[in-house]
Ligand binder design. Structure first.
Ligand SMILES: Cc1cc2nc3c(=O)[nH]c(=O)nc-3n(C[C@H](O)[C@H](O)[C@H](O)COP(=O)(O)OP(=O)(O)OC[C@H]3O[C@@H](n4cnc5c(N)ncnc54)[C@H](O)[C@@H]3O)c2cc1C
Length: 398
């Protein structure tokens, strides 16, 4: 492989997957992470089948499967009517090695990637190094990093901005982050209460509609995570209080005892896509390039798909087997998917689950039931929600 160094800002799933794919192909990579180590925070928890197919050749998927839960079924439910429609991912057998949604905490992916990359001959992992500025000229890209010892400048041939939603790389390059922010925040509550013992036939992935308070119930190995929207006028302090959370959970399933809440997070949700995914030697990927609501589990998965797409192209360009313009194709393919697929579908998922009008709700439920009952339509639904369609569409863009 010709000598070139790729700098990666951010050691989240997207930066680390990019580093792994590049390094395994013999490309030198230097990764800069602001935090001192991998954070064990509860963020995304769903791995779609194609993401597992992509990670499998690197020995990552089997590690995740061993520490996650296989959700063969996903359910659309209603708080008043119960189960509306169920979709069986076993129908995907034959087109994936993983015909299920894997429920596994995102940090386990990061931890496994760091374990794999720590002593990799082509990787330098630099934790505790915040990228403060990125610039480029004809021949190189330069970043300024802040370390415990002070400021340092590092040069490379390419830079991947995988430094999350508030990306310094994106802002350094003056790239717009177009879109909007929802007025309500999302509250995610984790409890060890066994909801599956109280709701009939509950799956590990449940989207629960309601005109007043919809929710999402997701199981990870040790906990149930329940996501609720919160009203704009409620203060953070109140929304995060024991009293408020207990009322939400009692509303979902009334019981005599008090719920044990292990973890609570409140966050703002956005639908935004960067105006450029590439300028010269710098590419944006993952949350730095696009962010969306979590309904459908497409944020982290879409970001990992960016990482695979971009790394494969960088490998070809660095090896001299493809012209530099191949990197523009990364933008064409993945920006289109971020807009037409990830953003559009997650926004639509939110509209459907929160619908208030009774006749519209009935129509949505009838459509879901009809889709689930029709083998062809349900397979199409499963392929779309598992992100196979998005990858096929990306592959069709020249
Ligand atoms: C609170 C929260 C909850 C979420 N819940 C869900 C969910 O339930 N379902 C879902 O699908 N998605 C969820 N997401 C989104 C999902 O976590 C992201 O889509 C995913 O993490 C994207 O990966 P990434 O690598 O692009 O970015 P990140 O995971 O954000 O990683 C970026 C990394 O860059 C580092 N960094 C940032 N700035 C700098 C800098 N200047 N220099 C060096 N390093 C830097 C950060 O410390 C971080 O480690 C959630 C996100 C948040 C914030």
């Amino acid at each position: 492989m010709a000598k070139a160094k790729v700098l990666v800002a951010g050691a989240g799933p997207v930066g680390l997957v990019s580093a792994m794919v590049l390094a395994e192909a013999g490309v030198d990579v230097e990764v800069f992470e602001r935090n001192g180590d991998v954070m064990e925070d509860l963020r995304a928890s769903t791995f779609h089948p194609p993401t597992l197919d992509m990670l499998a050749p690197y020995g990552i998927s089997d590690v995740l499967v061993a520490s996650g839960l296989k959700a063969r079924m996903t359910q659309q439910r209603d708080r008043r009517k119960g189960l509306i429609a169920e979709f069986d991912l076993a129908r995907l057998a034959g087109s994936t090695g993983y015909p299920f949604r894997l429920q596994c905490e995102q940090w386990k992916l990061n931890a496994e990637l760091v374990r794999k990359l720590r002593n990799h001959p082509h990787v330098t992992l630099r934790f505790g190094c915040a990228v403060e500025e990125a610039r480029q000229d004809e021949g190189a890209v330069m970043i300024r990093i802040r370390t415990q010892e002070g400021m340092e400048e590092v040069r490379g041939d390419y830079l991947i901005g995988a430094d999350g939603a508030w990306s310094t790389v994106r802002r350094s390059l003056g790239i717009e982050f177009e879109g909007y922010t929802y007025p309500e925040r999302f509250l995610v509550v984790s409890t060890d209460f066994p909801f599956e013992a109280h709701f009939e036939n509950l799956s590990w992935v449940n989207y629960v509609s309601d005109p007043d308070e919809w929710c999402v119930m997701l199981k990870v190995p040790s906990l149930w995570r329940v996501l609720f929207p919160t009203a704009e006028h409620e203060s953070d302090e109140r929304v995060l209080s024991d009293e408020f959370i207990e009322a939400r959970l009692q509303g979902l399933l009334p019981r005599a005892g008090v719920y044990e809440v292990v973890h609570r997070t409140l966050y703002k949700v956005h639908q935004r896509v960067a105006s450029r995914f590439r300028t010269g030697r710098v590419m944006l990927a993952g949350d730095a390039a696009h962010i969306n609501n979590p309904l459908g589990g497409m944020g982290m998965n879409g970001g990992v798909h960016d990482a695979f797409n971009l790394s494969a192209k960088l490998i070809e360009v660095i090896a001299g087997r493809a012209p530099d313009s191949l990197l523009d194709k990364y933008e064409r393919q993945r920006r289109t998917i971020a807009i037409e697929y990830i953003n559009a579908n997650t926004a639509r998922n939110k509209q459907l689950i929160e619908e208030r009008d009774e006749s519209a709700r009935s129509r949505i439920h009838a459509e879901l039931r009809a889709t689930a009952a029709d083998p062809e339509a349900s397979l199409a639904y499963i392929r779309k929600t598992s992100m196979f369609d998005a990858l096929e569409r990306a592959g069709s863009i020249a």
